[in-house]
Design a protein around this ligand. Structure first.
Ligand SMILES: [Zn+2]
Length: 298
């Protein structure tokens, strides 16, 4: 009976894996860009998969999220290596998980803000990047990144001299795929939003990763009106100690007509685009459906 039980368990795992791959295939076609906003609790982790197979990871949540969420998620997608890892800024809720990511996957290059910060986690991360001899490149406003499979990737922030506070010097990326524009803002606050706007770097975007987990220190009406996002994604932990997202940010987003998705409510949020339109897929929903089906098979 033990053997049968073990086989059944093994079979069930195989069915689950096959169904998850099928589910992944159903999310996207070969010519589509996929952006996963991972549910890492209080923190950020965003995976960009381009139509030609480039994988870019922007942050990896905190240390726990790295081992428990980000690494297993990347493995479940069959990812073997990452072309670029972006460090938006050196706070624990963005970089903590990068240590386990760098230990689990070969990485082509690291793109970072390059701010000085003396936490043990950040020092360990920099030591690991050095030990693994991963090319380390600074991102500065105006830089254009060569990301195979998308039309344009422009750095909007930081600029030197740096603004006050680590958050304001987060790496901000504007991505264009066909007619679809996406803006990833790290944890920038009002000062950086103003500087980006004054430098004429601000662009309209269909999809906005809302800055700093929906904190009221960010997402100023001026910035939101300039970006005009149809879809806003907020990455924050359920019942986090900061009260993110703040009600006034949600109200400001809704007042300009944005549809708001929150990882704390929806789980991992996936954007899929063919360059002319896009759709939002919620990973938890598809996983639940597939689990129910796997149960039925057995
Ligand atoms: Zn943060």
């Amino acid at each position: 009976m033990y053997t049968v039980g073990k086989l059944t368990k093994h079979y069930r795992a195989l069915v689950m894996t096959a169904l998850l791959i099928l589910a992944a295939a159903a999310w996207a076609h070969a010519d589509e860009l996929i952006i996963h906003f991972l549910n890492v609790g209080q923190g950020d982790s965003i995976l960009i998969q381009t139509p030609v197979g480039a994988n870019i990871l922007v942050d990896a949540g905190d240390t726990r999220a790295g081992t428990q969420v980000v690494v297993p998620y990347l493995r479940s997608l069959g990812i073997k290596s990452l072309d670029t890892v972006v460090i938006t800024h050196p706070h624990q809720d963005h970089i903590g998980g990068l240590i386990s990511v760098l230990e689990a996957f070969p990485v082509g290059q690291v793109l970072a803000d390059g701010q000085i910060h003396t936490s043990r986690t950040y020092e360990n991360l920099l030591i690991l990047i050095d030990e693994k001899d991963i090319p380390f490149r600074l991102a500065r406003a105006g830089d254009r990144l060569d990301i195979p499979g998308i039309d344009e990737a422009v750095v909007l922030n930081p600029q030197e001299p740096f603004l006050k506070g680590l958050n304001n010097n987060s790496v901000v990326l504007a991505l264009t795929y066909g007619r679809i524009k996406m803006l990833l803002t790290g944890d920038i606050e009002a000062e950086a939003e103003r500087r980006i706007a004054e430098g004429n770097f601000v662009t309209k975007a269909n999809i906005l990763k809302v800055a700093h987990h929906g904190s009221r220190t960010s997402s100023t009406p001026m910035f939101l009106e300039a970006v005009q996002p149809e879809t806003a994604v907020i990455s924050a932990g359920a019942d986090n100690q900061y009260g993110h997202p703040h009600p006034e940010v949600l109200a400001n987003l809704r007042s300009i007509g944005s549809q708001v998705f929150q990882t704390s409510l929806a789980g991992t949020i996936i954007m899929v685009s063919d360059g002319s339109s896009y759709r939002i897929v919620l990973a938890e929903e598809s996983r639940e459906v597939e689990e129910a089906r796997a149960g039925g098979v057995e």
